[in-house]
Design a protein around this ligand. Structure first.
Ligand SMILES: C[S@@+](CC[C@H](N)C(=O)[O-])C[C@H]1O[C@@H](n2cnc3c(N)ncnc32)[C@H](O)[C@@H]1O
Ligand code: SF4
Length: 410
């Protein structure tokens, strides 16, 4: 029986506000040379101990909320969640249904690596209640996969996708682009091939060189590890154009979907909603009265397990942000969405805009064509009703969001 059915019949009270649950699985078969996620390689994983710790931490986190809330999404991320034993996934979903209750069309996503073994595991995950898969294909070209240090081939990824598709009607893949020497024609071909796979959602990430990774070390030694900004911007334009034409337009900087298939869980982040995170290094963020609470947990898997066994939780840091920090978060996250955000909604949550918004910066970004406003006005001046503007980044703005945010945030 599927959990959607279980959820609909559960006796949870009517939802107060939608809530997301993030579950971090911190293990991978090998560490990829570009990756700075909290992921570890280990041959010695006590899955029973992990399940018990996840359940304890879930109960603890639920108790931190002021009011009960039903879950609108669960996201198993990593690391490589497709390496989780299915009984761990099932145990977490069952406990979440019991503690929170599920909203009727709950989205339960899992990230998966594209190997044949993990693809057949996804069928067990489906049985456990997972209804959306995000597969880390990374490239449809073997030379790029080799450069990225991935263990699968393009052919293996395609076969895994076909297997998983038999059970899931909501599927996404991740691809990375802007690798060194990648030409516009290369990316045009690869993305066209990906769009022809008939998926519902695509996450298309420009390769970034993160400190502490093997690629970072190589870059410091003088090797060119990623495309320069100007060439990457050309590939970004191609990405926006091809995805739009194929009916999976960008709804966020790196995310593209058919209408109605936007990732529900990630939308909670970008709309600054409420979510609880469990597992090593997971983050939680939720609103409590006028404050925004942020909790992060111990990053090391052994340290996390030990803390939960000892204290019943593994909180590493806890912050209580006021309204101005919350406004900054909402601008930062909301401008990633192509639909942007309403300053009226922000003011309702975070108080008068002159406390957190730099009007001169807003004017500059609008004049430069990086920010589009509704109602559509030619210039922002003393007569503009700022509190009622809706703002969003143009395609030109989307590639310089950090610059825009530095202008906007007081
Ligand atoms: C946690 S991983 C996804 C699951 C799985 N472990 C995998 O690698 O297939 C999240 C995604 O972030 C992207 N990613 C990770 N490091 C990146 C980097 N340095 N630059 C761009 N994208 C990156 C990859 O596309 C990856 O699939
Ligand atoms: S990219 Fe994915 S598989 Fe590779 S180390 Fe990071 S989390 Fe693990």
């Amino acid at each position: 029986m599927h959990h959607q059915t279980k959820a609909a019949s559960s006796l949870a009270p009517p939802p107060v506000s939608p809530l997301g649950l993030y579950v971090h699985w911190p293990f991978c078969k090998a560490k990829c040379p570009y990756c700075d996620f909290n992921s570890h390689v280990s041959n010695d994983i006590d899955a029973d101990a992990f399940l018990a710790a996840y359940l304890t931490e879930m109960t603890y986190m639920a108790d931190q909320l002021e009011q009960p809330a039903s879950l609108s999404s669960i996201f198993f991320g990593g690391g490589t969640p497709s390496l989780m034993p299915a009984f761990v996934v099932e145990g977490i979903i069952d406990k979440a249904a019991a503690i929170f209750g599920f909203m009727p069309a709950i989205e339960i996503s899992a990230e998966a690596n594209p190997t044949s073994v993990e693809a057949s595991k996804m069928l067990d995950f489906h049985h456990a209640g997972v209804n959306r898969i995000s597969m880390g294909v990374q490239s449809l070209r073997d030379d790029t996969l080799a450069f990225l240090g991935r263990e699968h081939s393009a052919d293996e990824a395609r076969k895994a996708l076909t297997t998983v598709r038999t059970a899931f009607d909501n599927m996404s893949i991740d691809l990375m682009y802007a690798t060194p020497n990648q030409t516009p024609a290369d990316w045009h071909d690869e993305l066209s091939t990906a769009l022809a796979l008939g998926l519902d959602h695509l996450s298309l990430y420009q390769l970034t060189i993160e400190s502490g990774t093997h690629f970072y070390t190589r870059q410091r030694r003088g090797e060119v590890m990623a495309l320069d900004d100007d060439h990457a911007a050309t590939l970004f334009d191609i990405t926006r154009m091809l995805t739009r034409d194929a009916g999976l337009p960008a709804y966020e900087i790196s995310n593209h979907a058919k209408d109605g298939y936007e990732c529900r869980h990630n939308l909670i982040y970008w709309q600054s909603g409420n979510w609880l995170g469990i597992g090593p290094g997971a983050h939680s963020r939720f609103t409590q009265q006028d404050h925004r609470i942020g909790i992060s947990t111990r990053r090391s898997p052994a340290g996390w397990l030990a803390a939960i066994a000892k204290d019943g939780h593994a909180t590493d840091t806890l912050v209580t942000d006021g309204k101005n920090d919350w406004a900054a978060e909402m601008l930062m996250m909301g401008l990633r969405l192509t639909s942007g955000l309403s300053l009226a909604r922000l003011s309702a949550a975070c108080g008068p805009y002159h406390n957190w918004l730099d009007i001169e910066g807003l004017r500059k970004c609008h004049d430069a064509g990086w920010l589009l406003v509704t109602p559509d006005i030619t210039a922002i001046n003393a007569d503009t009703d700022i509190a009622n503007l809706h703002i969003r980044a143009s395609d030109a703005g989307a590639i310089r969001l950090n610059h825009i945010l530095a202008e906007l945030i007081l």
